[in-house]
Design a protein. Structure first.
Length: 319
């Protein structure tokens, strides 16, 4: 009995280097083809960058703002000056220090290369529109008393959400040149919670560095499998704990495959819309009873097709 129990435990626990660690297996159709954070807003790279790079703060993990590279921050009474104190003792994955100077240069790079963007952040930073010399900088960002300081024309909206975006995560100056251009797409020096410890064409393995606040039961090891096959089949075969895909068409065949493999769809993002437009000002649809008849058929059909989901209906005009 003890031998059987030991074997069961050995199969459940994932062991790397002699230490028992939590492992998460992810299947994706995408490859990590670049480490340049300027490309990190694409769905194909966002998942990777959110793990291998870190920003000043994070607003996507616990449903509230978490300090990351910034240890704390202070905001002026009118909301136009934001000061971020950089956490001490942090290191990039190559062992070099994450200093306030590195953070400053990282922001200077991304703001310079995107200076023509018309986002709310760009338009609100003091002096960005007049910035002509990359090396001289501009008034909207500076290092003062060992802190990163942002100056805005007025109190910015959703600044934490913006700073959590992949493009504003902190990168090492070793990976970009004097003009801010990424030297090599394969230049990787991470600042994030996870470090790449193995990478092949088919698999990328990340190891948790436990540098920043993290959610409960965060995995110690993340195995990311790049596969061009049907990602649902990876779930069926138990090759992944979850799959990452930009979109999915849950047609009848896919749904039947899910049911066949004992999967139950409990919810999905409230982003899909089925839209039917009738010109209610003209015949025949100016007849309210006809519209109601079509409405009932429409609702019954949707309920039958999407019986596993909660569906919200809306009609304009009412009735």
């Amino acid at each position: 009995m003890k031998l059987i129990l030991f074997l069961l435990i050995s199969n459940i626990l994932n062991i790397y280097g002699g230490d028992m660690e939590r492992k998460l297996k992810v299947n994706t159709n995408y490859e990590l083809h670049s480490y340049d954070t300027l490309k990190g807003d694409g769905f194909d790279l966002m998942f990777f960058f959110k793990n291998i790079y870190a920003g000043l703060v994070s607003d996507f993990r616990n449903g509230h703002i978490d300090p990351m590279i910034a240890e704390s921050w202070d905001i002026s009474s009118d909301g136009t000056i934001w000061k971020f104190k950089i956490r001490k003792g942090l290191k990039f994955t190559d062992g070099s220090n994450i200093t306030v100077e590195e953070v400053y240069k990282s922001f200077m790079r991304v703001l310079w290369l995107t200076r023509d963007n018309k986002t709310r952040l760009h338009e609100s930073l003091v002096g960005l529109e007049e910035w002509k010399d990359y090396k001289k900088g501009f008034k909207g960002i500076a290092i003062e008393d060992g802190e990163i300081v942002f100056r805005f024309k007025k109190r910015p909206n959703n600044i934490f959400e913006t700073l959590s975006q992949s493009m504003f995560q902190i990168v090492s100056s070793k990976c970009y040149d004097e003009n801010g251009i990424w030297k090599d797409e394969k230049c990787y020096i991470g600042s994030g919670q996870y470090k790449i410890i193995k990478m092949t064409k088919d698999i990328t393995i990340l190891k948790n560095r436990h540098l920043y606040p993290e959610v409960k039961d965060s995995p110690d090891i993340v195995e990311i499998y790049s596969s061009k096959s049907n990602f649902l089949s990876q779930l069926y075969k138990r090759n992944a704990d979850f799959t990452l895909a930009q979109n999915i068409s849950l047609d009848e065949q896919n749904k039947q495959e899910l049911y066949k493999n004992n999967y139950l769809i409990t919810e999905r993002p409230p982003v899909n819309m089925i839209f039917l437009e009738l010109n209610w000002r003209r015949s025949p649809f100016n007849d309210k009873k006809l519209r109601q008849f079509i409405r009932d058929i429409f609702i019954n059909r949707i309920k039958e097709e999407l019986k596993d989901y909660k569906t919200d209906f809306s009609f304009i005009p009412k009735g």
